[in-house]
Design a protein around this ligand. Structure first.
Ligand code: IMP
Ligand code: MG
Length: 190
């Protein structure tokens, strides 16, 4: 775990530069690895990626472009955090899938794409909800897994990195809407 270098001083915000947990080069390799696995698992198919806004948008965009099979992508916005760093445990749908997209999931292969699985509550809620729409399969792809804080069991079919119990930012992931633009995954030292 190297600290942020001087070249990253442009990311200085509120007097703190997030330290590097996972550099951009490792993220790229891992996204590629996940894409190869997913492409192999769905030969001749066109899976539907359901990307969870806002945190997963950068990961989803990179993943989709590394797949060697065609795919579709739709977005849903859920919230369980509010503006805090600890999950409230209550999941709310902030922006739902359009009705025609919901209908189109019937019989299709769905892959939920998320940034971090933390307590697991968001994923559990979404998976149950999507299953009611009768897709053929539902799997989960998550860039980061923070297993130390899990409250409910979640099967991550495609997992990028297992990380320690740190609050991370960057590569689409925010702290109070800041830091999503970082090209690496970092953490703020407390
Ligand atoms: P869960 O329901 O606790 O699994 O919540 C997962 C969601 O909380 C993730 O998709 C993130 O949006 C957010 N989250 C969890 N841990 C972090 C973190 O370390 N930094 C920023 N957001 C996080
Ligand atoms: Mg999220």
């Amino acid at each position: 775990m190297s600290g942020a270098t001087s070249g990253e001083s442009r990311y200085l915000l509120r007097g703190k530069i997030p330290r590097v947990l996972i550099p951009q080069s490792r993220i790229n390799k891992t996204v590629k690895r996940l894409a190869v696995r997913i492409s192999k698992d769905y030969p001749g198919k066109r899976p539907i990626l359901i990307s969870i806004l806002n945190g997963a948008f950068v990961f989803t965009a990179d993943l989709m472009r590394q797949l060697t099979i065609p795919s579709e992508c739709h977005f849903i916005k859920l919230s369980s955090y509010g503006n805090r760093t600890v999950s409230s445990g209550k999941v709310k749908i902030v922006i739902d899938l359009p009705a025609n997209i919901k209908r189109s999931l019937n019989g299709r292969d769905v892959i939920i794409v998320d940034d971090i699985i933390d307590t697991g509550l968001t994923t559990k809620y979404l998976k149950a909800r999507l299953k009611r729409l009768k897709p053929r399969t539902v799997r989960l792809c998550a860039l980061l897994d923070k297993p130390s804080r899990r409250k409910v069991k979640v099967k991550i079919d495609y997992c990028g990195f297992r990380i320690p119990d740190k609050f991370v930012v960057g590569y689409g992931i925010d702290y109070q809407e800041d830091y999503r633009y970082l090209p690496y995954i970092g953490y703020i030292q407390s």
